[in-house]
Design a protein. Structure first.
Length: 565
C-alpha cells in the first residue's frame, strides 16, 4: 500500500496526528489522555474513547495517561475509581506509570487562578447561582455584567484567599473568568472557574473547601502533563474557545490541541451517566454490572469479550458528526469473536422427556462430539447417551405444519452426535399437556449418519436424563422498548420506555455433564440456542448462565446484502 492510500485510510484524528508528526510538532511526541470523572461506572461509549486515546498513542509509539478529573467530591467515590481502572485493564490497555488525578494539581490550579486575578482576568462574584444563570442571557439575548465584575484586583485576591480559608458559606461567592458577556458562545460569558463546596475529597480529605470547575482544571491538567492531543467528544466543541482562552491567558509552556469526535449512541440504550445512575440507585436494574446495562462491567458480566468490544469500536470508526449505531453491530462483533472461541455444548432450556423404547435399559454410551467445528484444535469430548433423554418442547409438534422438519408423530429426526429417532407415542397428563414422548432409535445411525444413505432434514440437540445438570438460564432483551428511549416530549420520564420483559429466568434447564466444571466467566455456544456465559451467581451444583446473544445475526444479513449490491 502506498503512502497516499495509507493516508486516505486514516480517520480525521489520526490524519491530524500524522500531519503533526510529519511536521515534527510537539517534538515528534504523541501524548494522549483518558480523563474520566469518578462519579459512575464506564459504559460502551467510554470504551470507544478508551480505544481511541490508547490506540492512537500505541500506534505512534506514544503514551496515554489515565487521569481522574476528581474536581467534584460530592459525586465521587473510590468504588468508581477502582471500577474504571479494572475496565481499562480488562479492555487490554495499560497506562503504566502515567496515573494522575486532577487533585494532584489543586495547589497549582489555585496559583493559576491567582495569576488570572492579578492579570485582571478573573473576579470574585457574589451573585447567587440563580442570578448568575439569569444574568447569563440566552442564545438570542446577550448577558448582563455582574455588579461585582469591577472589583479591584486587591479585593478579588483578598476575597479568593478568604474563600479558600473557609470564611464564607457554600454558594455565597464564586470565582469567574472575565471574558465577554456579549459572546455568542455561552461558555465564554464569564464562566465560573471556582466554587465553594464543603465536601470531603477522597484524596485530599478536608484540606480544601473550594474546588475548580471542570473546564478550568481540565485544560491546565492537560498542559501540566504535556498532552499533545486532547481528544474529547463533540459536546465539548463549544468549550474549546474557553480551553484555549485559559491556556493563552496563562501563557503556559504546553498548549495541547483539543480535537472533538462524535460520541457513541446506541439504539435501545441510554448513555447518560446520570440516567444510568438513576436506574441503579432506584433499583430498576440490579447494580452497575447488571447484564442489561451498557456499562463495561455489565457487558463483561453478560459475557462480552474485550476483543469483541475493541473490534466494535474499530468498525464504527471515528466521525465528526453524531449518529446512532445499531446495537445489532455490537451483537455481530461478539458472535464473530465467540464463533471461533466458544466450546459447543448442548443445553435444553424447556425440557420435554423422551423415552427410547428399543434402547437397552441400563446401557450408557459415550459418544464423540467436537468442541468447535471452526477450530478442530479445540479437540472433542465424550457425551453420555442413555434410554431417557430430554429435548426442547418447541422441537415437537403433535400436529405439525407443512415443512416442519423437527420431531412429530411418525416423523424421523437426527439427534446431534447420536442417532436417528422416530416418535411412536405421545403421553399426556390430566390437563391434556404433553408429558413425554416415546420413540424408537435406529442403531445403524450412530454418530447421526445413516449407513443406508437415507437423510433427514431435522437435527435436534438433547441431554441424557441420567447425566444432565440442572441450571438456571437468564435470557436478556433490550433494556428499553423504544429504539430511541430519550426521544419524547419535554418532561417525559425516560424510564417509562423500559422493557418490562428485558429479563426472563428459566429455572428448569438441563445442560450436558461436561459443564460440571464450568466457572464464572466461561463462555459457550449452546447448540441452536445462542452464546451463553456462566454468571457470577453460579457455583458448583448451582449453575447460572446468561445469554450473551442469540445465534440469529441481522447485521450479517445487512452486510451480505450490501456486498451484493
Amino acid at each position: 500500500m502506498n503512502e497516499k492510500s495509507c493516508t486516505l485510510s486514516l480517520d480525521f484524528i489520526r490524519s491530524i496526528i500524522a500531519e503533526d508528526l510529519k511536521a515534527n510538532k510537539h517534538g515528534g511526541k504523541v501524548i494522549t489522555r483518558f480523563p474520566p470523572e469518578p462519579n459512575g461506572y464506564l459504559h460502551i461509549g467510554h470504551a470507544k474513547s478508551i480505544c481511541l486515546n490508547f490506540g492512537v498513542a500505541l500506534e505512534n509509539k506514544g503514551v496515554c495517561h489515565l487521569r481522574f478529573d476528581d474536581t467534584n467530591p460530592a459525586k465521587e467515590d473510590i468504588e468508581y475509581i477502582e471500577s474504571i481502572k479494572e475496565d481499562i485493564c480488562w479492555l487490554g490497555f495499560d497506562w503504566g506509570e502515567h496515573l494522575y488525578f486532577a487533585s494532584d494539581y489543586f495547589e497549582r490550579l489555585y496559583e493559576y487562578a491567582i495569576q488570572l486575578i492579578k492579570k485582571g482576568k478573573a473576579y470574585v462574584c457574589s451573585l447567587s447561582s440563580e442570578e448568575i444563570r439569569e444574568y447569563r442571557g440566552t442564545l438570542k439575548e446577550p448577558g448582563k455584567e455582574s455588579p461585582y465584575k469591577n472589583r479591584s484586583i486587591e479585593e478579588n485576591l483578598d476575597l479568593f484567599k478568604r474563600m479558600r480559608e473557609g470564611e464564607f458559606e457554600d454558594g455565597s461567592h464564586v470565582l469567574r473568568a472575565k471574558i465577554d458577556m456579549n459572546s455568542g458562545n455561552l461558555n465564554m460569558r464569564d464562566p465560573v472557574i471556582y466554587r465553594i463546596q464543603r465536601a470531603t475529597h477522597h484524596r485530599t480529605g478536608n484540606n480544601w473547601c473550594i474546588y475548580p470547575m471542570y473546564d478550568f482544571a481540565h485544560c491546565i491538567s492537560d498542559s501540566i502533563e504535556g498532552i499533545t492531543h486532547s481528544i474529547c467528544t463533540l459536546e465539548f466543541e463549544d468549550h474549546r474557545p474557553l480551553y484555549d482562552w485559559i491556556l493563552e491567558e496563562l501563557e503556559v509552556d504546553c498548549h495541547p490541541q483539543q480535537i472533538e469526535f462524535a460520541r457513541l449512541s446506541l439504539n435501545y440504550t441510554v448513555m447518560s451517566k446520570r440516567k444510568l445512575s438513576e436506574l441503579v440507585k432506584k433499583n430498576y436494574v440490579n447494580g452497575w454490572d447488571d447484564p442489561r446495562m451498557p456499562t463495561i462491567s455489565g457487558l463483561r458480566r453478560r459475557g462480552y469479550t474485550p476483543e469483541a468490544i475493541r473490534k466494535f469500536c474499530e468498525r464504527i470508526g471515528v466521525a465528526k458528526s453524531n449518529s446512532v449505531v445499531d446495537i445489532a453491530l455490537l451483537e455481530h462483533c461478539i458472535r464473530e469473536d465467540l464463533n471461533i472461541k466458544a466450546k459447543r455444548v448442548m443445553a435444553v432450556l424447556q425440557p420435554l422427556k423422551v423415552i427410547i423404547d428399543n434402547y437397552p435399559e441400563d446401557q450408557v454410551e459415550k459418544l464423540e462430539a467436537e468442541n468447535n467445528p471452526e477450530d478442530l484444535c479445540m479437540g472433542s469430548r465424550k457425551i453420555p447417551f442413555s434410554k431417557v433423554i430430554y429435548i426442547e418442547q418447541d422441537d415437537f409438534r403433535e400436529d405439525p405444519p407443512k415443512k416442519y422438519y423437527r420431531l412429530a408423530p411418525g416423523q424421523e429426526v437426527r439427534l446431534k452426535h447420536a442417532y436417528y429417532i422416530k416418535c411412536t407415542k405421545v403421553i399426556k397428563n390430566e390437563q391434556g399437556e404433553i408429558a413425554e414422548l416415546h420413540c424408537d432409535y435406529d442403531p445403524e445411525t450412530k454418530g447421526g449418519w445413516s449407513k443406508d444413505g437415507r437423510k433427514v432434514k431435522g437435527t435436534l440437540h438433547w441431554v441424557s436424563a441420567k447425566h444432565a445438570l440442572k441450571a438456571e438460564v437468564r435470557l436478556y432483551g433490550h433494556l428499553f422498548e423504544k429504539e430511541n428511549p430519550e426521544e419524547a416530549e419535554e418532561g417525559f420520564d425516560f424510564k417509562l420506555n423500559m422493557n418490562k420483559n428485558s429479563i426472563e429466568r428459566l429455572n428448569s434447564c438441563l445442560v450436558e455433564k461436561s459443564l460440571d466444571e464450568a466457572k464464572p466467566g466461561n463462555r459457550y455456544q449452546f447448540l441452536r440456542q445462542g452464546y451463553f456465559c456462566v454468571d457470577l451467581d453460579s457455583s458448583k451444583g448451582n449453575l447460572v448462565f446468561n445469554r450473551i446473544v442469540s445465534l440469529r445475526d441481522s447485521w450479517a444479513k445487512i452486510e451480505k446484502a450490501q456486498q451484493e449490491i
